[in-house]
Design a protein around this ligand. Sequence first.
Ligand code: ZN
Ligand code: ZN
Ligand code: ZN
Length: 375
Amino acid sequence: MAARFDLAARLGGARNGLLASGFDALLVTPGADLRYLTGYDALPLERLTCLILPATGEPCLVVPALEELAAQASPISGLGVRIVPWQEEEDAVALVSGLLGSRTATRATTVALDDHMWAEKVLKLRAAMPHAQQVVAGPLLQHLRMRKSTAEVQALRSAGESIDRVHARMAEWLRVGRTEREVGRDIADAIISEGHAQVDFVIVASGPNGASPHAGASDRVIEVGDTVVVDIGGTTETGYCSDETRTYCLGDPPGDVMDYYAVLLRAQLAACEHVRPGVTAASVDEAARDIIAAAGHGEAFLHRTGHGIGLETHEEPYIVAGNNTVLEPGMAFSIEPGIYLPGRHGARIEDIVVVTGDGCERLNQRPRDLAVLPA
Ligand code: ZN
Ligand code: ZN
Ligand code: ZN
């Protein structure tokens, strides 16, 4: 069942954010912000596509003429956004500044740009509107995107179930004598067949490669006794992403792996148990890190505990020291402590969780023990 997202509420929320910040307009080019606000999953092209949301007045979408039908076919057509196509020989940036009109022509104004707008487009807009101060729209939009609605949580839950199904089939592919890359290709196929529209990443990090958190998948042949960190994710049809890590072992695990894996599992559980409304993102990181540090592996946990997830795999809130964002119901993020011993091996356990009224719900349900597969 397709989740239904209240796009009009999102656009309204962005407009409220503009008014509260004293900004005159928001400009958004293709990417997760545009999809969030309008449902339009536009192609990021050299040709300019740009949503213009003024603090007051009619929103417009400037699109290349050849993308007009695609825009009209998207949910944006039901949102009261005027679609303004431009022809190949026209100056699209001049069109945008013209639509903003008196807002930017003379007096000092502030225009918020989506964080991922290409520098080339930012600079052309600056040249066309020299009186307008440009600011990043990130804080304004993150405020909205961080707090997931019921429909968004359902979309993330369904993405979590899809990636769980891929991990559940790991023994079909992860075998001694195969290369990481061969295993990775099978996993990528399964990410699609188990319910994603797109594969975002496939990490199959065996033996010493497991000590590098973002190792990818190499031509290393998997051996008896190897631990293998498998971190995989994709984007579903709704646009919402999955991301889940489990650590496997081919045959009996080396004794030292058993020792630190037990610590890692305790740390992951402690961080999940710590999550509830009112605590800070930093305190969740601390809950995992304290346990790993107390066991003497502090140096080996070399990244933050997690990241927010939604229409992007990595978004706010980041679960990291110094982030004093106070958790609220609907915030969704990963809890993924790891222990990495260079030259030897590593392990990571990652689940996506969403903050509930009094704790959190895990969106990944696969067993979290070191998964021993037949060698
Ligand atoms: Zn990562
Ligand atoms: Zn991951
Ligand atoms: Zn992650």
